[in-house]
Every structure is written in structure tokens, then in C-alpha cells.
Ligand binder design. Structure first.
Ligand code: SF4
Length: 385
């Protein structure tokens, strides 16, 4: 296991904190007057050892896959992104194939480290700890999913779509490995960020889930809506009232030492509901709580490391916007900004610190609403940025 000193040797960057989240597109939008490409996410594999019921890329998962594009080719396109600030790595389970770790992930992380770019890797953290130790010092955020109370929940949720029977014993082992890994890596100084998707199942248990996230030593708890995409497409969503009550309960019961990040929140300062507007204000005034605006298509693109396709998000139905064989990433991003979907959802109310809704969330909760015709009804002017 690496020491805290080794973790501390990462490139000198402003530490991540509620005051500085480089994935949040708010900063570039508010300071430069337009959205700008500052982040690239790579889908480095479509292999995974789980098949979670809520997986938003579940239908793309495969049992075997070939060889991704050479890391050099991916890095050449990163070199062209003038203001690159974040690099994200996702799957599938990125760590499952040692070859992907060696030939794709490590070169990308090293490149990011040398350039002073912040990095995130999404993992289910169920593999032996030794599979993470060699490279995790180059990761700024190790992102995991956490939607369970116990082994039994994990067994049901993680193997829901597996296609064959998985014994409770086998699932228990993976669950315990994940929890132990999260604790060990957190103890070693790794920034572990656990994400919970609010669903009819997790919503009633959010306080307990949060307590367990804190107990694993995670520095951050991310709370998002369930994205009705791929496997999750047929899952029931909680209604907005339940969502709001769950957020309030979490705020009332949270561990104040854990940063809570609400991502792609389905509440906006232009809401006709006073309770939603009050919640927006409360979220921006709580210590150690942030609302992150949707990076996908606002400051980030996703690149598929096998096909080279560039898409606006790794889940959702927007077809590829380009390919790294032929297109510079900034060109693709500028093309996306002119897309009707971007124009529809990229509204902006600076006085309330809002850059508009996520596409999937807007479709799920605000079908037919024209956000371009709305305006914030509350202001955060006078609050710290
Ligand atoms: S930016 Fe869009 S979603 Fe946010 S308050 Fe303004 S109109 Fe509403």
C-alpha cells in the first residue's frame, strides 16, 4: 500500500474542495461568457464483472472485446485541447482488464499528471486491492457507486441483469471487497467519492447509505437522480416531491465532514414551486454542500477508446458527433454547441448560479418545458461564488 506521502506527490494542483470542482462547467461559463471544452472522458472498456440494474450504459456492455486505440493516438487529441483541465476514465469496469490498465489507463493518467490535469476514474472497486495500488496515486478522484444497505442489496442490485444465477456468497465477497478497498484507499489518502442514485429503493434509506459512505472514509458523497437510460430505462423514478424530501432529510442528517455533491439536480431557481427555489438557496448556503452543473456537453465530451467516436455523454441517445480519427475535439465541441438539443438546454441565469438542466433529467421531469423561456426567480447575489 502506498503511503500518504506518495499520494501527496501528485502534481501540485489546487486541492479539490466545495470551493473548487474543476468538473463543474459553472466556472468557465461564468468567467468566459461561453461554454468551453475543458474535460474529456474516455470509455476505456465495455467489460464489467457486474450488471447493475441502474447501469446507464448496461446495454453496451460486452463479454469480450478487442484492443483499444493506442494511448498515443488518444493523447494526441488531448494535446490539441488548449484548456484541458479534467480527464475522466470510465467503462464498464476500467480496472477489469490488466491490459487496459497497462496500455490505456496508466499512460492517460501519467499524461494528465504531467500536464497538471485533474483525473477521475470510475470503478466498482470490487477487485483485489493490489489491482489499484500501482496507479491510484495518479488519480484525483476515485469514483464508486454506492446504492446499498448491505450484502443482500448488493446481490440483488449488482446482478439484477447478469443473465445467470450468482450465489449470495459470491456477491458477499465482492461487496466486502469493495467496502474494505474503499476504507483502505481512503485511509491511504485517496479521494474516494461515492455516488448514490436516488431511486424508489435508495431514497427511503439515504441517511443510512450516507452514514455508511462516511464510515468508509469517503471524502465526498455524490447524489444524483436515476438516469432513465439503458438498463435503468424501465425503472421507476421518484417524483419531485419525494426527491425534494429526500434531499432535505439528507441535509438534516448528514455527516458535516463529508462533502455532498448534488449532480444534475432536478430543481432549478426558475421553478414555479417555492419549495424548490428555497431548496436551491439552502443548497448553496450549506457548508460542505455543492450543486454541480452537468459537465456533459457543457465542458466535457466522451471519447470511445475503441471506435474513436466522440459523443456528448456516455449515456443518452445523442448519436456520435464526430470521431477522433478525423476531428479535433474542440471542433466537435463547437459543433455540439450549435446542436438544437444544446441550444434548448443551455440556458443561463448567473444571478442564481444556474446553467440549465441535464437533457435526460429535463426529459424525465420537465417534458415540454421550454427552459429558454424561463428565468431564475431567486438570486444568490451577495453569496460567495
Ligand atoms: S439557467 Fe435555465 S434552468 Fe436555470 S434558472 Fe435559468 S432558466 Fe431555469
Amino acid at each position: 500500500m502506498m503511503s500518504e506521502t506518495e499520494v501527496g506527490k501528485r502534481a501540485e494542483k489546487t486541492p479539490l474542495s466545495p470551493a473548487w470542482d474543476p468538473w463543474d462547467p459553472w466556472y468557465t461559463r461564468s468567467r468566459k461568457g461561453r461554454h468551453e471544452l475543458t474535460g474529456v472522458e474516455f470509455t476505456v472498456t465495455q467489460l464489467c464483472n457486474l450488471r447493475c440494474e441502474h447501469c446507464a450504459v448496461g446495454e453496451a456492455l460486452v463479454k469480450e472485446e478487442g484492443i483499444p486505440l493506442p494511448a498515443d493516438q488518444l493523447i494526441r487529441r488531448l494535446e490539441e485541447v488548449e484548456n484541458l483541465q479534467t480527464l475522466s476514465i470510465t467503462g464498464g469496469e476500467p480496472v477489469l482488464s490488466p491490459r487496459i490498465v497497462k496500455e490505456t489507463i496508466r499512460p492517460l493518467l501519467r499524461y494528465a499528471r504531467d500536464r497538471g490535469v485533474y483525473t477521475q476514474l470510475n470503478s466498482n472497486l470490487t477487485l483485489p486491492l493490489s489491482r489499484y495500488e500501482d496507479w491510484v496515486a495518479d488519480v484525483d478522484v476515485l469514483h464508486i457507486s454506492y446504492n446499498y444497505r448491505d450484502e443482500a442489496d448488493f446481490h440483488r442490485i449488482a446482478f439484477e441483469k447478469y443473465g445467470r444465477e450468482v450465489t449470495p456468497k459470491a456477491a458477499d465477497k465482492l461487496f466486502r471487497q469493495m467496502v474494505e478497498n474503499a476504507k483502505a484507499l481512503s485511509d491511504a489518502g485517496v479521494f474516494v467519492s461515492a455516488e448514490t442514485l436516488l431511486s424508489p429503493f435508495t431514497s427511503p434509506h439515504i441517511d443510512r447509505i450516507h452514514r455508511d459512505v462516511a464510515g468508509m472514509g469517503c471524502r465526498r458523497h455524490e447524489v444524483h437522480p436515476l438516469y432513465p437510460s439503458d438498463f435503468a430505462r424501465g425503472m421507476e423514478l421518484i417524483d419531485l416531491e419525494t426527491f425534494r424530501e429526500t434531499v432535505i432529510r439528507l441535509l438534516d442528517w448528514r455527516d458535516p465532514g463529508v462533502w455532498i455533491l448534488f449532480g444534475t439536480l432536478p430543481f432549478y431557481p426558475c421553478s414555479e414551486e417555492e419549495a424548490d427555489r428555497d431548496l436551491w438557496l439552502r443548497l448553496h448556503r450549506e457548508e460542505n454542500v455543492t450543486v454541480r452543473h452537468d459537465p456533459d456537453g457543457r465542458n466535457r465530451l466522451n471519447v470511445h477508446a475503441f471506435t474513436g467516436d466522440v459523443i456528448v455523454t456516455d449515456f443518452g441517445d445523442v448519436p456520435p458527433l464526430g470521431n477522433i480519427y478525423s476531428d479535433r475535439l474542440e471542433e466537435v465541441f463547437n459543433r455540439w454547441l450549435k446542436h438544437p438539443l444544446a441550444r434548448r438546454h443551455h440556458c443561463y441565469c448567473p444571478e442564481a448560479r444556474c446553467t440549465g438542466p441535464n437533457i435526460l433529467v429535463a426529459d424525465a421531469y420537465y417534458s415540454g418545458v421550454d427552459f429558454q423561456k424561463r428565468k431564475a426567480l431567486v438570486s444568490l447575489d451577495g453569496d460567495p461564488d
